[in-house]
Design a protein around this ligand. Sequence first.
Ligand code: NI
Length: 179
Amino acid sequence: MSNILKVGHPQLRRSAKPIVDVSEHHLQATIDAALTQMVKAGGVGLAAPQVGDPWSWCIVASHPTLRYPDAPYMSPLVMLNPAIVAHSRESESGWESCLSVPGVRGLVSRSVAVDVTYQTRDGEYRAETFKGFVARIIQHECDHLSGMMFLDRVEHTADLMSESEYRRNILQQPTDLPT
Ligand code: NI
């Protein structure tokens, strides 16, 4: 987790550049290292700017964690050059956090479903629809690729909460759990 850039670092505010050669060795090695870091940090997603990489890719890896106990299981999905091409009209609010903003939660409104185009690590083109929590993660990660963070999406500063207050007030769970 120590290599994940934190809010305030200028790289987190830069737009990611389109990947031309998906097979490039350095890119693939960077993604492998990021996968390891994300798993170690217990994250449900990660985007290139968070590890200081300028290229357009992200990882989506929903699974239940202390921070997201209700998250569905999926194997980590690496998306290269992801683009959200359609948003559902319906949206819903949910509490988000980010490995780049430790200890803070924010209430963010997101579309309940999104259509996404992306390339796999093998360069295959895909178009898929994602719903619910996975759609939320994708919108969060695609924001990172445009230099945006969930903090920018919080409507009122009153919708920010420390992780410990979130657990106490929203999850109604003890705050002394190991994190
Ligand atoms: Ni994030």
